[in-house]
Design a protein around this ligand. Structure first.
Ligand code: FE2
Ligand code: FE2
Length: 167
């Protein structure tokens, strides 16, 4: 059987974008001594894979795979802004994402959906979120392994639920 791999041209355009790479560098520098989870490319990709699996299971097939991946890869891109100015990183990420999405070739309607989900991602998944926003909020937590984490006592995200496997 021939293996058919799907192309993701717009996501690949994003990850080659100079500003995107620069923001990741800024985050890496700011988080050099951070004892809690970092917000690097790996985190974005893990969230993308988990959110995609979750949405497949929910039968949310109207959302294109590229939309899910690009949203996850951008959801924390404004972390460095929060470290510098105190602005909420979900809002900062949504603002920084707009031109990056335009440059990557996403259309205005897609951008609206993506920006909304990025802005929602730090809310609790039980709130009234968009489908994509909820998948991000859930995947963001499921992407973390808290069981062996030495910093969990002071972590704002940590709950006992985070140490369990929950479907
Ligand atoms: Fe976040
Ligand atoms: Fe995150």
């Amino acid at each position: 059987m021939k293996l058919l791999l799907q192309q993701a041209p717009r996501v690949n355009r994003l990850i080659r974008n100079f500003s995107y790479q620069d923001y990741l560098l800024k985050i890496a520098k700011a988080e050099k001594k951070r004892k809690y989870c970092k917000h690097n490319f790996d985190h974005g990709l893990t969230v993308a894979r988990i959110a995609y699996a979750y949405l497949l299971e929910q039968d949310e097939t109207c959302l294109e795979k590229e939309i899910i991946y690009v949203t996850a890869l951008l959801h924390d891109i404004g972390r460095w802004v929060e470290y510098r100015t105190g602005e909420d990183h979900a809002r900062a990420s949504a603002a920084l994402a707009q031109p990056l999405l335009e440059e990557s070739g996403f259309n205005p309607e897609e951008i609206k959906t993506i920006i909304k989900a990025i802005a929602e991602h730090s809310k609790h998944s039980s709130e009234n979120l968009s489908v994509l926003g909820r998948s991000l909020a859930l995947a963001d937590n499921w992407a973390r392994d808290c069981r062996s984490c030495k910093a969990k006592d002071g972590c704002y995200k940590f709950t006992e639920e985070m140490e369990q496997i929950i479907f």
